[in-house]
Design a protein around this ligand. Sequence first.
Ligand code: MG
Length: 257
Amino acid sequence: MAQRYVRIQNQEGQVYYGLLQLSLNVQVLDAPPWLQGQPTDLTLKPENYQILAPCAPSKIVAVGKNYADHAAEMGTPVPSEPLIFLKPPTSIIPSEREIRYPPQSQRVDYEGELALVIGDYAFECTPKVAQTKIWGYTIANDVTARDLQKRDGQWTRAKGFDTFCPLGPWIVRELNPGARLQTFVNDNANPVQSACIDQMVFSPDVLVSYISQVMTLLPGDLVLTGTPEGVSPLHPGDRVRVEIEGIGRLENTVAPR
Ligand code: MG
């Protein structure tokens, strides 16, 4: 199994980056791994830590309509260049934390997505250089209040609620370009979303290059690469699971209203 990089909190509230071992013990690093964090002598047992989202970005840059079949289901053409927007870092929650259903919305959708973790300052990069700035990969759910997205025109409110960015549970460094992304709701064995990540319209290196022409990406920042076809509403009490082959599964429940 690929090395899994986690971020955890101990019982005293101290936050660490670490390596998740098969025993589920975490070997603590002395800094974030993309800032050359090295293993320390400290190892925490599963009963002594809580898993957090695997990074703490300065910003989350997300991409809309980056799978042709999803653009079609939204009734819109594929954009001629990447369509980017921001989600606030305060929207992030780890796997197993509840998604809050906001009282302002009557329709909250899941969007299973591959997330890129940036490892180095990226400004005005070519796609080739941008590829070297991608430190690793994790799983995101770009939760969206669809009714507010349509009503506002702007996406900030619809995409920005606290808990609207489940992330994790960990980061891996390598990913098969043909890895499959699937989303499941409740106990249904059939996925509601299923696509290979190489079906993206704009690939990860092109996305990071494009964003870097606009804003500097910092170590630990996140790029959400868009969702495939099959978005639909979640309801209070639903359980939603996003899986990506070679990474793992991100699982969250929608809190009762
Ligand atoms: Mg999305």
